[in-house]
Design a protein around this ligand. Structure first.
Ligand SMILES: Nc1ncnc2c1ncn2[C@@H]1O[C@H](COP(=O)(O)OP(=O)(O)OP(=O)(O)O)[C@@H](O)[C@H]1O
Ligand SMILES: [Mg+2]
Length: 481
């Protein structure tokens, strides 16, 4: 059964459709004006719209245009009273799936309707991200709650469009996962996906990161650099934590979205870029607008398509399914048996507040599998795992981490101010980061690269730069004497 919206100012046409379509088992909604149709589209989310082109109020063409803006994946069939193919062509250009000349002939329109509905079914199938759950998939977006089903629908609606998408949700709710799903299901899946995390990047740095610069545009710009937007040309850019983007950069981003072109810093050439923007934030952008931290115009621009990830505490029915999924996943990684949870252990999970959301649950299951003295996992083991996992997740920790870093930087500036502190700080911290990653992975470069989220050759190159791992290599190659 599908929900079909029929729009015509002629009541006899409406009742004819109502009868014919409900005989086919469909649910029919009717409207007599374009404006009314738009409201119904937003409110009722029909699977298909059949619409007369000539109506009082806004024209059918205009209505198609606005429906496409509301929901680009919603198929629209146009009916026209006269044989002017011009309007029909115009309508198909706007995205109508088909058009029919009046009077409408039953057989024919039913075929068109079936085709259009099949199209929208195809779209729905690809968003069954959990149920389909191919065992071969690397990651699955798990959850069957109403909130998550809305998420799948939203992904299905936006994935194939080129529209900018704003993904919202608390920390650990799966925003990045959703961004990847949208990208992988998009028409640009074969083109690059470039990720920029906007957190804690100062405006000037972020700008050169985004737009690149021309040689000599500022001290230190010793050669031209191509920015991320140019690199992502033809593909997708994922702006993570867009709520933390400095205001100056927000203004420039808005221009990119509007004009689909960039200028390198210090350049005067306008370079067209065809980039699809995905953005994510855990921040309350509405509050940020009030406080002058986020541009309202950019917000409205991004807000057209949003995916809202519900916090885990609002979809507790997903917890057992998620727990089982992570248990399977880690059993593979840790090469142990998938841990079954006792009913009481599950009850412990069900009662927890999950401030760190799915990420926290994931850590918790991981810990529990390592901690457990035997299967199934017991409630007290579960409680310990939660304590350990929540110590390492959730917003509280993020602030203290940032706080600690800030204190450290203040200290560093006091100690070394003036001594080429910028390069020195970055190099020293990079070296330390690499050394630590190698230490905890016991010198295993593949594991260290994975831990750091970089390609192994990149890690190797950086190690060479700092002479890391050389002692070990020499040890290994030293002839036995
Ligand atoms: N519905 C889900 N099903 C399976 N795994 C999930 C789901 N949601 C999140 N995860 C997993 O939880 C972890 C956190 O997800 P992700 O990084 O996408 O969150 P996020 O919203 O981007 O968080 P943050 O705001 O902290 O960046 C990841 O390992 C992800 O794979
Ligand atoms: Mg994230």
């Amino acid at each position: 059964m599908s929900k079909i919206l029929v729009v015509d100012d002629d009541p006899s046409v409406l009742s004819a459709f109502e009868q014919m379509l409900s005989e086919q088992g469909h649910l029919v909604r009717v409207a007599t004006r374009g404006e009314e149709a738009l409201e119904l589209v937003a409110k009722e989310r029909p699977d298909l719209v059949i619409m007369d082109i000539r109506m009082p109020g806004i024209s059918g063409l205009e209505a198609v245009r606005r429906i496409r803006a509301l929901d680009p994946r919603l198929p629209v069939i146009i009916m026209t009273g006269y044989a002017t193919t011009d309007t029909a062509i115009e309508a198909t250009k706007l995205g109508a799936v088909d058009y029919h000349l009046k009077p409408i002939e039953g057989e024919e329109i039913l075929r068109t309707i079936d085709t259009a509905l099949e199209r929208s079914r195809l779209m729905n199938r690809r968003v069954e991200l959990d149920a389909a759950a191919a065992a071969t998939a690397d990651d699955i977006i798990v959850g069957q709650s109403k909130g998550m089903r809305e998420v799948y629908k939203a992904i299905g609606r936006v994935a194939e469009t080129d529209a900018a998408v704003l993904i919202r949700g608390e920390t650990g709710t799966g925003k990045e996962l959703v961004a990847r799903a949208i990208y992988q299901h998009s028409r640009r899946a074969q083109a690059p996906l470039i990720v920029v995390n906007c957190v804690a990047i100062p405006a000037t740095l972020l700008e050169s990161e985004f737009f690149g610069f021309e040689k000599g545009s500022f001290t230190g710009a010793d050669k031209r650099r191509i920015g991320k937007f140019e690199q992502a040309h033809g593909g997708t850019i994922f702006l993570d934590e867009i709520g933390d983007m400095p205001l100056e950069v927000q203004a420039k981003l808005l221009r990119v979205l509007q004009e689909k072109a960039i200028e390198r810093i210090g350049g005067n050439e306008t370079i067209p870029v065809d980039v699809r923007v995905l953005a994510a934030t855990h921040r309350d952008l509405e509050a940020d607008i009030v406080q002058g931290r986020f541009r309202e115009d950019l917000y409205h621009r991004l807000k057209v398509f949003t995916v809202d990830l519900p916090p885990l505490r609002e979809r507790r029915e997903d917890i057992p399914r998620l727990a089982a999924y992570f248990s399977r996943k880690y059993s593979k990684e840790l090469a142990v048996e998938a841990a079954p949870l006792s009913a009481d252990a599950l009850a412990v999970l069900a009662a927890h507040a999950w401030p760190g959301n799915v990420r926290e649950l994931q850590h918790c299951i991981q810990r529990a599998m390592i901690l457990t003295g035997g299967f199934p996992i017991q409630p007290d083991e579960m409680r310990r795992a939660i304590d350990l996992a929540s110590a390492g997740a959730g917003p509280a920790r993020v602030t203290t981490e940032a706080e600690r870093l800030r204190l450290f930087i203040q200290e560093y500036l006091r100690a070394h101010g003036g001594e080429n502190v910028y390069n020195r700080f970055l190099e020293e911290s990079e070296e330390m980061l690499l050394a630590e990653a190698l230490r905890v992975t016991k010198g295993n470069q593949t594991h260290a690269a994975r831990l750091l989220g970089m390609a192994r050759p990149t890690l190797k190159a950086r190690m060479d730069k700092y002479g890391l791992g050389r002692a070990r290599e020499q040890d290994d190659t030293r002839p036995a004497s």
